[in-house]
Design a protein around this ligand. Structure first.
Ligand code: GLN
Length: 246
Protein backbone atom coordinates (compact mmCIF):
# COMPACT_ATOMS: atom_id res chain seq x y z
CA UNK A 1 0.00 0.00 0.00
CA UNK A 2 1.33 3.44 -0.88
CA UNK A 3 2.14 5.51 2.19
CA UNK A 4 1.36 8.75 0.38
CA UNK A 5 -2.21 7.91 -0.67
CA UNK A 6 -4.31 11.05 -0.18
CA UNK A 7 -7.34 10.30 -2.29
CA UNK A 8 -10.79 9.91 -0.80
CA UNK A 9 -14.16 8.95 -2.24
CA UNK A 10 -17.64 9.53 -0.91
CA UNK A 11 -20.38 7.06 -1.80
CA UNK A 12 -24.03 8.10 -1.66
CA UNK A 13 -26.41 5.22 -0.98
CA UNK A 14 -29.89 6.31 -2.02
CA UNK A 15 -32.82 5.05 -0.03
CA UNK A 16 -31.33 1.80 1.38
CA UNK A 17 -34.42 1.39 3.57
CA UNK A 18 -36.57 0.97 0.44
CA UNK A 19 -34.25 -0.11 -2.38
CA UNK A 20 -32.55 -3.04 -0.72
CA UNK A 21 -33.27 -6.33 -2.52
CA UNK A 22 -30.94 -9.34 -2.69
CA UNK A 23 -28.03 -7.90 -0.76
CA UNK A 24 -27.49 -4.80 -2.89
CA UNK A 25 -26.00 -3.19 0.23
CA UNK A 26 -23.11 -5.65 -0.16
CA UNK A 27 -22.01 -3.54 -3.13
CA UNK A 28 -21.23 -0.72 -0.73
CA UNK A 29 -19.25 -2.99 1.60
CA UNK A 30 -17.25 -4.19 -1.40
CA UNK A 31 -16.42 -0.70 -2.70
CA UNK A 32 -15.44 0.46 0.79
CA UNK A 33 -13.21 -2.55 1.42
CA UNK A 34 -11.44 -2.36 -1.94
CA UNK A 35 -10.63 1.29 -1.23
CA UNK A 36 -9.50 0.49 2.30
CA UNK A 37 -7.16 -2.29 1.15
CA UNK A 38 -5.45 0.33 -1.01
CA UNK A 39 -5.31 3.01 1.65
CA UNK A 40 -7.89 5.13 -0.20
CA UNK A 41 -10.22 6.75 2.29
CA UNK A 42 -13.88 5.94 1.63
CA UNK A 43 -17.04 7.13 3.29
CA UNK A 44 -20.67 6.18 2.68
CA UNK A 45 -23.61 8.48 3.30
CA UNK A 46 -27.01 6.79 3.46
CA UNK A 47 -29.94 8.95 2.39
CA UNK A 48 -33.50 8.40 3.48
CA UNK A 49 -36.40 9.63 1.42
CA UNK A 50 -36.70 13.08 2.95
CA UNK A 51 -32.99 13.85 3.29
CA UNK A 52 -31.38 16.63 1.25
CA UNK A 53 -28.77 15.26 -1.15
CA UNK A 54 -25.81 17.41 -2.14
CA UNK A 55 -24.64 15.61 -5.28
CA UNK A 56 -21.58 17.87 -5.53
CA UNK A 57 -20.14 16.05 -2.49
CA UNK A 58 -20.60 12.57 -3.98
CA UNK A 59 -18.23 10.49 -6.11
CA UNK A 60 -20.26 7.28 -6.51
CA UNK A 61 -24.04 6.91 -6.18
CA UNK A 62 -25.68 3.53 -5.60
CA UNK A 63 -29.36 2.85 -6.27
CA UNK A 64 -30.41 -0.68 -5.34
CA UNK A 65 -33.34 -2.86 -6.35
CA UNK A 66 -36.84 -2.74 -4.95
CA UNK A 67 -40.29 -4.19 -5.25
CA UNK A 68 -42.80 -2.37 -7.46
CA UNK A 69 -44.47 -1.03 -4.30
CA UNK A 70 -41.21 0.40 -2.97
CA UNK A 71 -40.31 1.84 -6.36
CA UNK A 72 -43.66 3.61 -6.43
CA UNK A 73 -42.90 5.22 -3.04
CA UNK A 74 -39.42 6.28 -4.17
CA UNK A 75 -40.66 7.67 -7.48
CA UNK A 76 -42.71 10.32 -5.69
CA UNK A 77 -39.46 11.76 -4.36
CA UNK A 78 -37.48 11.61 -7.57
CA UNK A 79 -38.84 14.79 -9.11
CA UNK A 80 -37.24 16.88 -6.37
CA UNK A 81 -33.76 15.41 -6.93
CA UNK A 82 -33.96 15.00 -10.72
CA UNK A 83 -32.18 18.22 -11.71
CA UNK A 84 -29.23 17.84 -9.34
CA UNK A 85 -28.92 14.14 -10.15
CA UNK A 86 -28.98 14.91 -13.90
CA UNK A 87 -26.25 17.57 -13.49
CA UNK A 88 -24.16 15.02 -11.57
CA UNK A 89 -24.55 12.41 -14.33
CA UNK A 90 -23.82 14.85 -17.15
CA UNK A 91 -20.71 15.98 -15.25
CA UNK A 92 -19.39 12.39 -15.27
CA UNK A 93 -20.59 11.42 -11.79
CA UNK A 94 -20.40 7.67 -11.22
CA UNK A 95 -23.65 5.76 -10.70
CA UNK A 96 -24.28 2.06 -10.19
CA UNK A 97 -27.99 1.30 -10.39
CA UNK A 98 -29.29 -2.23 -9.86
CA UNK A 99 -32.59 -3.68 -11.06
CA UNK A 100 -35.35 -1.48 -9.58
CA UNK A 101 -32.73 1.29 -9.37
CA UNK A 102 -31.77 0.67 -13.01
CA UNK A 103 -35.41 0.94 -14.05
CA UNK A 104 -35.67 4.25 -12.17
CA UNK A 105 -32.84 5.73 -14.28
CA UNK A 106 -35.21 5.76 -17.22
CA UNK A 107 -38.32 7.65 -18.21
CA UNK A 108 -40.82 5.25 -16.71
CA UNK A 109 -41.63 1.72 -15.58
CA UNK A 110 -45.15 0.74 -16.59
CA UNK A 111 -46.70 -1.88 -14.29
CA UNK A 112 -50.18 -3.34 -14.29
CA UNK A 113 -50.90 -1.07 -11.31
CA UNK A 114 -49.79 2.12 -13.02
CA UNK A 115 -46.84 4.11 -14.24
CA UNK A 116 -43.79 4.62 -12.04
CA UNK A 117 -42.09 7.75 -13.33
CA UNK A 118 -38.31 7.57 -13.38
CA UNK A 119 -35.45 10.05 -13.18
CA UNK A 120 -35.04 10.36 -16.93
CA UNK A 121 -31.25 10.35 -16.60
CA UNK A 122 -30.73 7.81 -19.37
CA UNK A 123 -32.92 7.37 -22.44
CA UNK A 124 -34.60 4.07 -21.59
CA UNK A 125 -37.95 2.78 -20.39
CA UNK A 126 -39.35 -0.37 -18.78
CA UNK A 127 -42.56 -2.30 -19.41
CA UNK A 128 -43.88 -5.02 -17.15
CA UNK A 129 -44.59 -8.08 -19.28
CA UNK A 130 -45.91 -11.59 -18.69
CA UNK A 131 -43.81 -13.67 -16.24
CA UNK A 132 -40.75 -12.82 -14.23
CA UNK A 133 -37.19 -13.32 -15.48
CA UNK A 134 -35.49 -15.19 -12.64
CA UNK A 135 -32.18 -17.06 -12.86
CA UNK A 136 -28.45 -16.80 -12.62
CA UNK A 137 -27.01 -14.58 -15.33
CA UNK A 138 -23.62 -14.30 -17.02
CA UNK A 139 -22.51 -11.49 -19.33
CA UNK A 140 -19.55 -10.56 -21.48
CA UNK A 141 -18.94 -6.86 -21.24
CA UNK A 142 -16.38 -5.16 -23.46
CA UNK A 143 -15.32 -3.10 -20.43
CA UNK A 144 -13.81 -6.14 -18.66
CA UNK A 145 -11.77 -9.29 -19.35
CA UNK A 146 -13.66 -11.38 -16.79
CA UNK A 147 -17.28 -12.31 -17.38
CA UNK A 148 -19.82 -10.45 -15.23
CA UNK A 149 -21.91 -12.81 -13.10
CA UNK A 150 -25.00 -12.34 -10.96
CA UNK A 151 -28.62 -13.18 -10.36
CA UNK A 152 -31.70 -11.55 -11.90
CA UNK A 153 -35.32 -11.38 -10.78
CA UNK A 154 -37.49 -8.85 -12.57
CA UNK A 155 -40.92 -8.48 -14.06
CA UNK A 156 -39.95 -5.36 -16.02
CA UNK A 157 -38.39 -5.46 -19.48
CA UNK A 158 -36.05 -2.58 -20.19
CA UNK A 159 -35.60 -1.02 -23.64
CA UNK A 160 -32.45 1.08 -23.97
CA UNK A 161 -33.19 3.02 -27.19
CA UNK A 162 -29.84 2.51 -28.88
CA UNK A 163 -27.74 3.20 -25.78
CA UNK A 164 -24.70 1.03 -25.14
CA UNK A 165 -25.61 -2.14 -23.22
CA UNK A 166 -23.56 -3.19 -20.19
CA UNK A 167 -22.94 -6.62 -21.69
CA UNK A 168 -23.98 -9.40 -24.02
CA UNK A 169 -25.92 -12.18 -22.31
CA UNK A 170 -24.09 -15.53 -22.25
CA UNK A 171 -26.61 -17.13 -19.91
CA UNK A 172 -29.89 -15.72 -18.57
CA UNK A 173 -32.42 -13.19 -19.85
CA UNK A 174 -31.01 -9.67 -19.52
CA UNK A 175 -32.87 -6.48 -20.39
CA UNK A 176 -35.91 -7.96 -22.05
CA UNK A 177 -35.27 -11.68 -22.59
CA UNK A 178 -35.06 -11.13 -26.37
CA UNK A 179 -32.36 -8.68 -27.37
CA UNK A 180 -29.46 -10.72 -26.00
CA UNK A 181 -28.16 -7.69 -24.11
CA UNK A 182 -28.13 -6.65 -20.51
CA UNK A 183 -27.97 -3.32 -18.74
CA UNK A 184 -26.83 0.05 -19.97
CA UNK A 185 -23.70 2.20 -19.89
CA UNK A 186 -24.12 5.94 -20.28
CA UNK A 187 -21.19 8.24 -19.42
CA UNK A 188 -20.11 6.96 -15.98
CA UNK A 189 -23.48 5.37 -15.23
CA UNK A 190 -23.96 1.61 -15.18
CA UNK A 191 -27.50 0.27 -14.96
CA UNK A 192 -27.89 -3.48 -14.61
CA UNK A 193 -30.30 -6.18 -13.51
CA UNK A 194 -27.51 -8.08 -11.73
CA UNK A 195 -27.97 -8.63 -8.02
CA UNK A 196 -25.89 -11.05 -6.05
CA UNK A 197 -24.80 -8.50 -4.86
CA UNK A 198 -23.09 -7.50 -8.08
CA UNK A 199 -19.67 -6.29 -6.97
CA UNK A 200 -18.07 -8.94 -4.70
CA UNK A 201 -17.95 -11.53 -7.50
CA UNK A 202 -17.05 -8.96 -10.13
CA UNK A 203 -13.90 -7.21 -8.89
CA UNK A 204 -13.25 -5.60 -12.27
CA UNK A 205 -16.65 -3.88 -12.12
CA UNK A 206 -15.87 -2.60 -8.60
CA UNK A 207 -12.52 -1.23 -9.68
CA UNK A 208 -14.00 0.34 -12.80
CA UNK A 209 -16.39 2.34 -10.62
CA UNK A 210 -13.66 3.35 -8.15
CA UNK A 211 -11.28 4.28 -10.98
CA UNK A 212 -13.87 6.41 -12.80
CA UNK A 213 -14.63 8.24 -9.54
CA UNK A 214 -10.94 8.89 -8.85
CA UNK A 215 -10.32 10.01 -12.41
CA UNK A 216 -13.16 12.53 -12.23
CA UNK A 217 -12.08 13.88 -8.86
CA UNK A 218 -8.27 13.77 -9.08
CA UNK A 219 -7.42 13.09 -12.73
CA UNK A 220 -5.62 10.00 -11.41
CA UNK A 221 -7.34 6.64 -11.77
CA UNK A 222 -4.36 4.50 -10.77
CA UNK A 223 -5.23 1.54 -8.56
CA UNK A 224 -2.83 -0.84 -6.82
CA UNK A 225 -3.68 -4.40 -7.93
CA UNK A 226 -5.23 -6.59 -5.22
CA UNK A 227 -5.10 -10.34 -4.74
CA UNK A 228 -8.45 -11.21 -6.32
CA UNK A 229 -7.97 -14.98 -6.37
CA UNK A 230 -11.06 -15.67 -4.22
CA UNK A 231 -13.25 -13.26 -6.16
CA UNK A 232 -12.04 -14.71 -9.46
CA UNK A 233 -12.71 -18.27 -8.36
CA UNK A 234 -16.30 -17.34 -7.37
CA UNK A 235 -16.75 -15.64 -10.74
CA UNK A 236 -15.22 -18.62 -12.57
CA UNK A 237 -17.47 -21.06 -10.71
CA UNK A 238 -20.62 -19.35 -12.00
CA UNK A 239 -19.21 -19.06 -15.51
CA UNK A 240 -18.23 -22.74 -15.60
CA UNK A 241 -21.52 -23.90 -14.17
CA UNK A 242 -23.81 -21.96 -16.48
CA UNK A 243 -21.85 -21.13 -19.63
CA UNK A 244 -18.97 -23.54 -20.11
CA UNK A 245 -21.07 -26.66 -19.60
CA UNK A 246 -23.16 -25.71 -22.64
N1 GLN B 1 -39.79 -4.41 -9.14
C1 GLN B 1 -38.96 -4.51 -10.30
C2 GLN B 1 -39.37 -5.67 -11.20
O1 GLN B 1 -39.96 -6.61 -10.75
C3 GLN B 1 -37.50 -4.61 -9.89
C4 GLN B 1 -37.19 -5.86 -9.10
C5 GLN B 1 -35.82 -5.89 -8.50
O2 GLN B 1 -35.25 -4.87 -8.13
N2 GLN B 1 -35.30 -7.08 -8.29
O3 GLN B 1 -39.11 -5.65 -12.38
Amino acid sequence: MEGNEQRKITIGHLYPDLLNLYGDRGNIACLMQRCKWRGIEAETIEFELNDEIDFTKLDIVLLGGGSDREQMIVCQKLKSIQKDFKDYVEDGGVVIAVCGGYQLLGKYYRTEDGIIEGLDLVDLYTEQEEGRLIDNIVLKSDLFDLPVVGFENHGGRTYINGNKPFGKVLYGSGNDGKSGYEGVVYKNVIGTYLHGPLLPKNPQVSDYLIARALERKYGDDSLIPLDDSQEISANQYIYDRFVKKA
